[in-house]
Design a binder for this molecule. Structure first.
Ligand code: G
Ligand code: G
Ligand code: MN
Ligand code: NA
Length: 253
């Protein structure tokens, strides 16, 4: 259980870091937002995947502290970019279902917005469908977050067990179509029909759509044809440092 102890120390000593991946408007190509992604490099273990350390953090009760650091760092970074004269972009962070349902979560978000002075609508919270599936009663959390004015998006849309139920109960700003659907968008007619339908449905509900995991120009082209709003993926950029984001945003205006 060395890794658990190492992670605990890393979170306590705040040695985790954030990288940012750009999100582009498909019509203009402009960067409209970034998704913050956590990284952990340990001297002995090397780079540990967030898929591993996020679930460990949940198990050892450290996810609240981790998410608090992510929130503060990402919002502070947004202010720093603005001070450098960058045009306004949104920052999205991933919220683990456990933490989302914690009574301290909404007050935390509220406090970080107030302390950093960012516009609430420039902060986007990404949650997965599981949040809605298992916790009907926590729809009030969604309402409180909407009252604060933050943006809400459903991550990995279409891969959970409650895609439609989540839309029945919630008012969300954005659906993120999972890479799972993007991978064979060009080769599988059925997938194309599904993606097309998801986009149309989202728009009918007043949601924007972000496609994830775009690696080829032809995928971007097809998504644009299908009226998808935004795209994210290695075609546009890898997750990168704040300095690299500044350069990318400046070069894409
Ligand atoms: O960055 P990468 O593709 O390796 O991320 C793998 C997974 O880890 C993704 O599902 C991503 O949403 C998740 N992840 C990355 N950073 C965070 C974080 O800060 N909090 C949470 N809850 N999940 C994260
Ligand atoms: O679950 P979530 O959507 O948050 O996961 C985002 C993850 O996808 C991050 O780990 C990020 O590094 C990864 N990612 C982003 N763009 C691409 C891409 O174009 N291809 C692949 N294979 N992974 C990507
Ligand atoms: Mn995400
Ligand atoms: Na995601």
């Amino acid at each position: 259980f060395k890794v658990e102890q190492y992670l605990r120390e890393a979170i306590e000593q705040q040695t985790l870091s954030l990288v940012y991946q750009t999100q582009h408007d498909l019509d203009s190509g402009k960067i409209v937002g970034v998704e913050a992604l956590s990284r952990w490099h340990h001297p002995e273990l090397g780079q540990v995947s967030p898929i591993q350390f996020i679930s460990i953090a949940e198990r050892i009760g450290m996810i609240k502290q981790l998410t608090e650091q992510v929130l503060i760092t990402a919002c502070t970074q947004l202010v720093a970019w603005k001070k450098q004269g960058l045009p306004s972009i949104r920052v999205a962070i991933n919220i683990s279902p456990n933490h989302f349902l914690d009574p301290d979560f909404v007050p935390l978000v509220s406090r970080v917005i107030a302390e950093t002075g960012i516009a609430a609508s420039d902060l986007e919270l990404e949650v997965t469908e599981t949040v809605v599936q298992t916790h009907q009663k926590n729809l009030s959390v969604f309402r409180e977050l909407k009252t604060l004015g933050v943006s809400l998006s459903i991550d990995d849309f279409g891969t959970g067990y409650s895609s439609f139920a989540s839309l029945k109960h919630l008012t969300v700003d954005c659906l993120k179509i999972d890479k799972y659907f993007i991978d064979d968008l060009l080769t599988d007619k059925k997938t194309q029909l599904l993606v097309s339908s998801m986009i149309e449905m989202a728009h009918n509900l007043g949601c924007k759509v972000v496609a994830e995991g775009i690696e080829e120009p032809e995928q971007a082209h097809k998504l644009k044809q299908l009226r998808c709003d935004m795209a994210q993926g290695y075609l546009f950029s890898q997750p990168c440092s704040p300095e690299e984001i500044s350069m990318l945003v400046n070069s894409k205006i």
